[in-house]
Design a protein around this ligand. Sequence first.
Ligand SMILES: [Zn+2]
Ligand SMILES: [Zn+2]
Length: 287
Amino acid sequence: MKKLIFATVIILGIGAIACKEETLRPNPSGGNTVPSGTVGTGTNTGTTSGSSGSTTTTTTATDYSSIVQKAFSGYGAASVSSVTVDGDYVVIKCTGVPDHKSPYFKNSTWESSMYVADTRSTFKQAPGSYVAAFNYTFRIPKAPKESSSKKSLGTATIGIALNGVPLFNQYAAGNTAISVGTGEYVSFDLYGGHPAPSLDYHYHIEPNFITTAKGSDALIGYLLDGFPVYGSKENGKTVTSSSLDAYHGHTAVTKEYPNGIYHYHTTADAPFINGNGFFGTAGTWTK
Ligand SMILES: [Zn+2]
Ligand SMILES: [Zn+2]
């Protein structure tokens, strides 16, 4: 996996490496911007149109809150302080401080224990950025279901990894889609993350510390719509973006969801975690 990501890196410009995507801005691929703070539907039942367009079926989503709680507690990151249920939502509180070493711990509170030099020739550290802690609260639907009107990702933060680090979308400064080996990509550390100018450490690509520990096919986190994100392998095969739908997912049985569930996959190729929006209705996050 690491080999795939880092093998063909071509550095096009050091000036482009600073991570500036944290300004709130719309996903350029869609018109339906979801501002931070938009609240989900809050209901577990709804209607979907049949394929003919003339029939309507009622679907009831399943409450998966216990699976979400078990996923976070099973991973056991110190930065995740609580995973509770509040109404229709699972509420995850965390600091966003990664559980792995990083060159971006330089100058941070944890430098003495968590700093590691990144000696890869392809790596260009974003200047002035280091890891800081925040009081994040993520609220994701406990019973996720497909949205009849898929919304674009809207802002930088699209989900939360099991280690309490935010997952970001695939766009960098200037609404530029991040590409392998160029621009902002070269500032991703050996575990695929980097801090924003606002010091929020985050991943735009597979958090390979998690998949190295748990397996490339492991559950690695959740997007704001409550649907899980898995690594870049499934049944022993590498998943590519072309094998997924427009939102970078598909429905299949997984280890944690034996009855099958819609889920996203990370891929080595862009857009890495998500495609053109949320499959379900996004919850909220604050910090
Ligand atoms: Zn970034
Ligand atoms: Zn899958």
